[in-house]
Ligand binder design. Structure first.
Ligand SMILES: *Cc1c(COP(=O)(O)O)cnc(C)c1O
Length: 480
């Protein structure tokens, strides 16, 4: 492993030296002066550059290679987005500046909200939530505020299908709801009869991802939304999979009342490694009065933020817009593709996924073999039974081919699952290479399983001992 920046430190080594001070010195009040010297590495410019270059080689991103991490939409992030996000007018502003001095920024936020409303069929958007899960939490608080305002206080439950992303039940329970799980039917969609059985006047909402985490569009969505609305519940759309339907179908038209989008997925802004992301929430007009503080609204003479004056608001979800540049990237992406381009992006994402699914279906059984949307799930349960090689082992072995593994062991309803999402930005050649590597690894699992069990061989960190890591974690750096 490489050295820490502190291990590269040599006393008095510097990257920059300042000229002698040629203006009068100003003393700081003693109480503001540090009592001991700041612990800083003393390094030259080349040390710093090499340090960060080395760290960057330890991580893997879509700029390094194929990244078919299902549900995460690791599409290529066009560098044009970086250009607009680095414009000084966007980077040099402060959240406490008077709104009249940042009208261009506000206009961009307003335009982005309008575009997202159009793409999803909703009436208004808040750009407040910082990521998808935060959007779910926000959306559920909006739903709760809506029911409470109508004195409809019996509604304590939220329905979530068993194929849902883990954040859905987590957000529902954080928002104070009891989670009711509904099973999937044999086609991978919501089991409508099972849904009917749990519908009653205690249901606040149904949360649904459509297409779901199996990459399947639920053909019963209109019936499902009618059933939920008929008992007075609302519909929440987890928009993480919007990359499958942009420009073709809109959650608002399917009957959803609230949606969150993951701009860092569908709208091509870099993610992984912890953010920043952006999880804007769109609502139908019945929920507009409850939107959080900090949501931009347009008035006759300019913009203002929703605040304490708006007494129905659910209140503040976070501080300022520290992730604003994510919104700039997403807006750039929307404008540069245009409505035809967004639709084509989704169509190609679906085409790529179906191409890969058909090329792989004889190697690993596809969990639900009908035509998929932007992703699909294969099961390696047979391989594990016959060779002892698991989905995780195959994923470790993939690392030696400079590709990121697919999502594994999710959704939970498929055993030894690999969930593969190529996205529209991958070429046929890169998909073919991945397909061939998976086929070769399957063969290797029969011929020389130990070789796979010891992989990866070429990464900075080799196969880690999961059990040791869980039982005896070393949580802080130790000098050798
Ligand atoms: C990614 C994802 C989320 C959570 O979004 P974050 O932005 O990571 O918080 C929720 N649901 C689904 C289906 C997802 O893929």
């Amino acid at each position: 492993m490489s050295q820490l920046i502190f291990e590269r430190s040599v006393p008095f080594r510097r990257a920059v030296r300042f000229d002698a001070c040629d203006v009068p010195e100003v003393g700081l009040d003693e109480k503001y002066v540090r009592q001991s010297k700041a612990r800083l590495p003393e390094v030259s410019e080349v040390d710093i550059v090499r340090h960060y270059m080395e760290l960057s080689r330890y991580s893997f991103g879509v700029d390094n290679g194929f990244y078919p991490l299902g549900s995460c939409t690791m599409k290529y992030n066009p560098k044009l987005n970086e250009f607009t996000a680095s414009l000084e007018g966007f980077t040099s502003i402060h959240p406490d500046q008077s709104l009249s001095t940042v009208s261009g920024t506000l206009e961009l936020m307003d335009n982005l909200s309008i575009s997202l409303s159009e793409i999803t069929g909703m009436d208004a958007f808040t750009l407040q939530p910082a990521a998808g899960a935060h959007g779910e939490f926000t959306g559920l608080l909006l739903i709760r505020a809506y029911h409470n305002a109508r004195n409809d206080n019996k509604r304590t439950k939220v329905i979530v299908p068993d194929s849902s992303h883990g954040t859905n039940p987590a957000s529902a329970s954080m928002a104070g709801y009891t989670v009711v799980s509904v099973p999937s039917n044999e086609m991978g969609g919501v089991d409508v009869e099972a849904l009917k059985a749990v519908l009653n006047d205690e249901i606040a909402a149904l949360m649904l991802t459509n297409p779901n985490t199996l990459g399947l569009f639920d053909p019963n969505i209109c019936e499902i939304s009618k059933l939920v609305h008929d008992i007075g519940g609302l519909l929440y759309y987890d928009g993480a999979n919007l990359n499958a339907i942009m420009g073709t179908a809109r959650p608002g038209d399917m009957g959803f009342d609230v949606v969150h989008l993951n701009l860092h997925k569908t709208f091509s802004t870099p993610h992984g490694g912890g953010g920043p992301g952006s999880g804007p929430v769109g609502v139908k007009s019945c929920l507009v009065p409850y939107l959080p503080h900090g949501t931009l609204i347009k008035e006759t003479y300019g913009y203002r933020y929703i605040d304490e004056r708006d007494t129905l608001s659910i209140g503040r979800m976070r501080s300022y817009y520290g992730n604003f540049l994510v919104n700039v990237r997403a807006y750039t992406y929307i404008l540069s593709l245009g409505s035809d381009g967004l639709k084509a992006a989704s169509q190609n994402a679906v085409l790529n996924a179906n191409y890969m699914m058909n090329a792989l279906k004889d190697t690993f059984p596809v969990a639900y073999p009908q035509t998929c949307m932007h992703e699909f799930v294969v099961s390696l349960a047979d391989l594990k039974k016959e060779t002892g090689i698991s989905a995780k082992d195959i994923c470790k072995a993939l690392l030696d081919y400079q590709m990121h593994p697919p999502t594994m062991y999710f959704p939970l309803i498929v055993h030894e699952a690999l969930m593969i999402e190529p996205t529209e930005t991958e070429s046929k050649e890169s998909m073919d290479y991945f397909i061939q590597v998976l086929k070769d690894l399957k063969q290797l699992a029969y011929d020389d399983p130990q070789k796979i069990l010891n992989a990866p061989y070429t990464t900075p960190v080799k196969r880690v001992d999961d059990v040791q890591a869980a039982r005896n974690p070393i949580l802080k750096f130790q000098h050798k």
